[in-house]
Design a protein around this ligand. Sequence first.
Ligand SMILES: NC(=O)c1ccc[n+]([C@@H]2O[C@H](COP(=O)([O-])OP(=O)(O)OC[C@H]3O[C@@H](n4cnc5c(N)ncnc54)[C@H](OP(=O)(O)O)[C@@H]3O)[C@@H](O)[C@H]2O)c1
Length: 356
Amino acid sequence: MIYLVRGGNLMPSRDVWRMPKAGSLAWLRRDREDLADPGAGDVRVRVGAVGLNFADIFACMGLYSATPGGAFTPGLEFAGTVEAVGGAVSVFRPGDQVFGLTRFGAYATHVTVDARYLHPLPPGWTAADGAAFPVQALTAWYAIDELGALHPGDSVLVHSAAGGVGLNALALLRSRHAQVVATVGHESKRAFLVQHAGLAPHQIIVRDRRTFGAQLDAALEANRLTGFHLVLDSVAGPFFKPAYRRLHPAGRLVIFGSADLMPTSSRPNWLRLWWQYRSRPRVDPLAMISHNKSVMGFKLIWLWSQVDRLAPAYQVLTRDITAPPYIGRRFPFAEAPAAMRHLQRGENVGKVVLEV
Ligand SMILES: NC(=O)c1ccc[n+]([C@@H]2O[C@H](COP(=O)([O-])OP(=O)(O)OC[C@H]3O[C@@H](n4cnc5c(N)ncnc54)[C@H](OP(=O)(O)O)[C@@H]3O)[C@@H](O)[C@H]2O)c1
């Protein structure tokens, strides 16, 4: 525990990474602040690891609609040890190992949240495993089980398959006997997917924005498929339409990200973004009827207000995803900005975590 001297008294404190307001990654600052006792239904967790998400970067740049106005601490998920519990909390005790969700605020050495957003760490998992789990596993679950309406044997296109959501999606799809074609942005990730996710090389496309349609046709032929029943699109841009065109009748395209819009520097180039936004993919809803295809979108942060759905979802996920999450890079807490830049460059495989 770190203490601050206030009026001659020693006050417990915590370290946080703070944005004065959304705008530029370069504004992220480390700060020290008082640690309050948990409220009646709350639990204070001494954080062992923080899970990074693409959304953290979009939030810091002001490109994520759920970002708080004014100053905020990024971070949606963490894991660690329960340090103190509020008077109304009976399910956790100091010393329990937990992972949890928070609507921002996870880039901190201590996090206080409503106990309903915490879950016991599965046996044998480290804090890094726990911090790597909830957001990306829930995203894959929501896209595949809640929206995807998958049938055994369905063919599925998974973008960014070597990333956090992607690996969870592959694991869920394996347990549901789907036929998968995966895309990645770099050749190096192909070997990773072969070794780590058990895909055959002909199941993997290294995306090329100019020839993506032809790449899809070649992959469909190599895998003896004639189209996709489900597309999991987190990239958008020029990759949306070619995949949509190759949906089977009654096919579903679930879109939940737009990684193609990720700025390459610490703050957005608004002119370039405006141009990309203007040329974003569009679908005619009336044509969707005649083509018999669906497009669905979601943002996971909505589940924050549906807290009762978390426990059953975790039950499905820990049943069907048998291995702990794959952690591609660990950074010390002090190096949060470097960890975010690593994720921003799209070079990661698996999850990126901060270890406290
Ligand atoms: N809707 C929601 O609520 C929700 C929730 C969680 C995640 N997501 C979205 O799901 C996607 C995956 O999230 P994640 O946290 O698991 O991240 P991740 O997949 O581990 O990392 C992001 C990946 O995006 C890909 N990418 C494509 N174009 C890129 C570009 N121009 N710049 C940088 N990277 C680019 C890169 O993989 P490749 O180059 O190999 O494709 C990169 O590794 C993200 O788009 C995220 O925004 C949405």
